[in-house]
Ligand binder design. Sequence first.
Ligand SMILES: Nc1ncnc2c1ncn2[C@@H]1O[C@H](COP(=O)(O)OP(=O)(O)OP(=O)(O)O)[C@@H](O)[C@H]1O
Ligand SMILES: [Mg+2]
Length: 266
Amino acid sequence: MPLPGGDVTEGVVRVGNTVRRPLGPHSPLVHAVLRHLEHRGFDGAPRFLGIDEQGRETLTFIPGEVANRPHPDWLADESRLVSLARLVRRLDDAMLGFAPSSDMLQAVAAPEIPGMPPAPAEEPEFIGHMDITPENVVFRGGQAIAIIDFDLAKPATRVDEVFNLCMWWAPFAPDEDRSEPLKGVDAVVRTRLIADAYGLDQEACQRLIPTALRRSERSWYLMKYRAEHDGGGWLRMWEDGAGERIQRRIAWLEKEGERLAKGLGL
Ligand SMILES: Nc1ncnc2c1ncn2[C@@H]1O[C@H](COP(=O)(O)OP(=O)(O)OP(=O)(O)O)[C@@H](O)[C@H]1O
Ligand SMILES: [Mg+2]
């Protein structure tokens, strides 16, 4: 059974109580991450079951609600948001101590592109999920119980991971770029809920908005590069206005930065 598609991976299908997904250069890292999480007893991610006869990765299917498009109204629920931020904290804590090989890291390293501003100076703390979109979270009984689709996992700081969460779920975007249920919600209030539930300390909170700006600027260059060099889903997203959406997010962050900081008690 084909599954509701995301933007990049084509050919994600469900077979019984498993999911089959195509492999990519990132797969060795993803499989090592999923094995590590299983070893740590973390229950909020699919299990990696191996490679099938068609050369696809086999993962456990996690039953529950996923906010595929069109997004359901419950996307705005604050109690779901809080449960998700707590789950992401547990995920990141479970990742501590995982040491990927340099080959695995090499395969997911983002190219440095001319004109791109440098990454924030802080050393990565763990392998972060870094793609916590509504489509990548499974809920049950109104609570986030699993995060799926680790294809974009990469070295990250807690601030990077919380920024990614805020970007999709506060969300860090003007109304015109939000899906229906999130239009009009107060991103300031939701950012505070996320930071508190995740347990982001004061020093890290101070880095959240500068990091959001810097990471957004870098992602504009990166998305453009991927559209030009990798084509496929990246090119479709770019042609569909991904670059302009990033620019609008940057403008939104510049406009709301002060309110967001105040909301975080800074
Ligand atoms: N292990 C799983 N358990 C439950 N549902 C899943 C699982 N894997 C995928 N799904 C469902 O299939 C959809 C697409 O799967 P997935 O997120 O893995 O691929 P994708 O979004 O196409 O990839 P990408 O985000 O890289 O473009 C998910 O949004 C979810 O609804
Ligand atoms: Mg996905």
